[in-house]
Design a protein around this ligand. Structure first.
Ligand code: ADP
Ligand code: MG
Length: 350
């Protein structure tokens, strides 16, 4: 919250990281005030969001894979594209209202980080839903740019910086220089695909069906992209595909690493591919400045090491990779007066 001298009123401007897995809201002067899964519970087969107060966010995520017949919990941005506009709108409106509440402030200015692969129609949908949710102005910033700002990279200098943001649904790779994205690539391979690889492995090797939350848990607890530290094991529970009955088994960190090789390989390909398309001068800078990783997927053990081995460049993890983009939108808000002309806020430009 801050006092807007021009308007003579308190304003609760907010930066939003609209992620495929998690939505974070950062308020100017307060930091991150909301961090919830991008999940919405709806009536099955419809766009009707449940009206019982726990239809969005944390409470909705707990329903994933456990909903009774008439209800289904969905992630409207799962693949990095908006699969359902109305549900995305409802979700964004819910989060904005939750932060803004019934406070008697003027309508907020909102900065939203969006995936770089988003289409013009999807941009408009995000823009309109924020306006619908009582925003005074909406500014859109590309996610890799917000990640670079959040990681304190020198984006405005004439030196190349590279970010790789591994989220749930998409991985965004970008080389930034002089305040602009020079080369970028957005692929639909990220944390969700790691979970999927774990699920497939359990099916193929053990005839065991496991849920999405269990797959994610295995990845986080024992998953890795390259050997780091001592190997471990974990007990996994699921349903036997042949008998149909609940059963448990023990898996090792080695076999999970093996299972994760395919999706991590695709991320490495996107990184090397982007490097191949960089101007030689920018590529030369990267030998010094290296690659910065952000997003929850970058927390997979050893992923920095495999990227470093594949590119020969120094690789570092941004501080608190899960909040990097949100903190970036917060920094954009702080400089909004200088930046607003550079941001996309006018639909004609989109
Ligand atoms: P998005 O920006 O797409 O919402 P996030 O940056 O929030 O995505 O990252 C979410 C992804 O990060 C999920 O796939 C989640 O499983 C993964 N993740 C979170 N913590 C870890 C961890 N410690 N190890 C591996 N993956 C993780
Ligand atoms: Mg993200």
């Amino acid at each position: 919250m801050f006092f807007d001298w021009a308007l003579g009123w308190f304003s609760l401007d907010m930066g939003i990281d609209l992620g495929t897995c998690n939505t974070l809201v950062c308020v100017r002067g307060q930091g991150i005030v909301l961090n919830e899964p991008s999940v919405v519970a709806v009536r099955k087969g419809t766009n009707i969001v449940l009206q019982n107060g726990n239809a969005v966010g944390l409470t909705a995520k707990e329903m994933l894979g456990k909903t009774p017949g008439s209800i289904t919990a969905i992630r409207p941005l799962k693949d990095g594209v908006i699969s359902d506009f109305e549900i995305t709108e409802a979700m964004l409106a819910y989060f904005i209202r939750k932060v803004h509440g019934r406070r008697r402030f003027i309508k907020p200015r909102v900065v939203i980080a969006i995936p770089s692969g988003i289409t013009a129609v999807e941009k408009q949908a995000v823009f309109h839903s924020a306006m619908q949710a009582q925003a005074r102005h909406v500014y859109l910033v590309l996610e890799p740019m917000a990640a670079a700002i959040g990681a304190n990279l020198p984006i405005n200098e004439a030196v190349g910086s590279m970010v790789v943001d591994i989220g749930g649904g998409t991985t965004e790779v970008a080389i930034i220089s002089l305040g602009d994205i020079a080369v970028s690539e957005s692929i639909r391979i990220a944390g969700d695909n790691f979970d999927e690889a774990v699920t497939n492995h359990m099916k193929k090797t053990y005839n065991l069906m496991i849920g999405v939350l269990s797959a994610e848990k295995i990845k986080i607890e024992i998953g890795s992209a390259s050997p780091v530290g001592p190997e471990t094991t974990m007990e996994v529970r699921g349903r036997d595909m042949i008998s149909g009955l609940p059963r448990k088994c023990i898996v090792t960190s080695e076999e999970i690493r093996e299972a994760l090789q395919e999706p991590t390989g695709k991320i490495i390909d996107a990184v090397t591919h982007t490097l191949e398309h960089a101007e030689p001068e920018l590529a030369a800078d990267l030998v010094e400045t290296g690659i910065t990783l952000a997003g929850g997927g970058s927390l997979l053990r050893g992923i920095d090491k495999v990227i470093q081995q594949a590119t020969g460049l120094p690789v570092r993890l941004a501080d608190d990779p899960l909040t990097c983009v949100a903190r970036g939108t917060g920094l954009v808000l702080e400089n909004i007066e200088n930046l607003k002309d550079a941001l996309e806020s006018d639909l004609d430009e989109m």
